[in-house]
Design a protein around this ligand. Structure first.
Ligand SMILES: Cc1cc2nc3c(=O)[nH]c(=O)nc-3n(C[C@H](O)[C@H](O)[C@H](O)COP(=O)(O)O)c2cc1C
Length: 363
């Protein structure tokens, strides 16, 4: 039988009820200390109620400097785990798997939230000194946040921070940990020669530039239980073909290595590293060919993300073996009940369960 959008899928001993994953999406809705608020509870809880198989948090900072804005979620103390615990419990009660995206913003840190203009923040105005593989700020900003090149001690600390964050995530009740190595944030900055000028063992060759992502994934894998999955989100390309940059070939190589380390899925996004990026066709399925390529050339399952908005489109990705998960972002902002509505549209009502409280509206 061919798998479809409503087939369950298992990663190790964790089974998602279907192939829909809510893509990680920053909500900029903490109160300045990285703690989850009622907004996160309602936002993530609604998407679990809406039928998705996996509900992932926004990028969650492993240390305070790893936040994009002061309003981002964090997981650098036990208080953060405690604030997230009721949310994971609710997501599970609604039948979805709770997942957390572990992140560090690198040189893209210390900004205001989008509705305040993504403006650089200095240390005397709620900002902080950012860290990155090299001290080149995000280009074309008049007053970039303060930025410092990481020492090798900083790198060792960062790997430990990811492991400690994973341990706390487990305490908070998460089933899946995802390492965020995409979108021009810290780990991606190490991967790409555009943002990594280092001359030590973390810069230069592909082997060296991928080292930190392998070390972080290994460290998270070490503390995450053997029966639970670890995902890694990557940008499959920098979308900068005119210059020496991170490419799909590099991504295939990395995905293969991550599979050997024990990554259970590569969440295949793209870009976000540099403002000069040019996306040739930013329409439906615009990043799917990268996911498909990694799926073909490695043994690691993949999630496809980007421009997936229609139930039949998501279903086709799974049926045609282009991806193992359909990862859906903005459409979930428009419709928290995407999966329940998709079942209606695809005549698969028996594959989902509306909340008992809402049945009078659907029978
Ligand atoms: C409001 C918003 C916040 C986002 N925050 C994150 C994030 O925290 N981590 C991440 O990896 N991607 C983030 N993204 C990217 C999405 O996860 C997704 O990859 C992107 O929106 C493309 O998928 P879509 O076309 O289904 O929206 C964000 C996107 C949006 C719209």
């Amino acid at each position: 039988m061919t798998d479809d959008l409503f087939s369950s899928i298992s990663f190790r001993e964790s089974t998602a009820r279907n192939r829909v994953m809510v893509s990680p999406m920053c909500q900029y809705s903490c109160d300045g200390d990285g703690l989850a608020t009622d907004w996160h509870r309602v936002h993530l809880g609604s998407r679990a109620t809406g039928g998705a198989g996996i509900v992932m948090t926004e990028a969650t900072a492993v240390e305070p400097r790893g936040r994009i804005s002061p309003d981002d979620l964090g997981i650098w103390s036990d208080d953060h785990a405690e604030a997230l615990a009721p949310i994971t419990e609710f997501i599970r009660d609604r039948g979805a798997l709770p997942a957390i995206q572990l992140a560090h913003a690198g040189r893209k840190a210390s900004k205001t939230s989008p509705w305040d203009g993504n403006q650089p923040l200095q240390p005397d105005e709620r900002g902080w000194e950012a860290i990155a593989p090299s001290a080149d700020p995000w280009p074309y900003e008049d007053t970039p946040p303060q930025l410092r090149e990481m020492t090798t001690d900083d790198i060792a600390t960062l790997v430990d921070d990811f492991a400690a964050a994973a341990e706390r995530s487990l305490d908070a009740g998460f089933e899946i940990a995802e390492v965020h190595a995409a979108h021009g944030y810290l780990l991606h900055e190490f991967l790409s020669p555009v943002t990594n000028d280092r001359e030590d063992e973390y810069g230069g060759s592909l082997e060296n530039r991928t080292r930190i992502v392998r070390e972080v994934t290994e460290a998270v894998r070490d503390v995450w239980p053997d029966d639970k999955p670890v995902f890694v989100r990557i940008s499959a390309t920098d979308w900068l073909p005119e210059r020496e940059s991170w490419t799909i070939e590099d991504s295939v190589h990395l995905a293969d290595r991550l599979g050997d380390i024990g990554a259970d899925l590569i969440d295949v996004s793209a870009g976000g590293l540099h403002p000069d990026q040019r996306i040739p066709n930013p329409g439906p399925n615009y990043q799917v060919p990268f996911a498909e390529r990694i799926r073909e050339d490695t043994d690691v399952p993949v999630g496809a993300v980007g421009g997936i908005t229609e139930p039949a489109q998501a279903d086709a990705l799974i049926r045609n073996g282009r991806a193992d998960l359909a990862i859906i972002g903005r459409e979930h902002l428009r419709d928290p009940y995407f999966t329940l509505h998709a079942a209606e549209e695809l005549d698969a009502e028996d594959s989902v369960e509306w909340p008992i409280q809402y049945r009078r509206a659907v029978q």
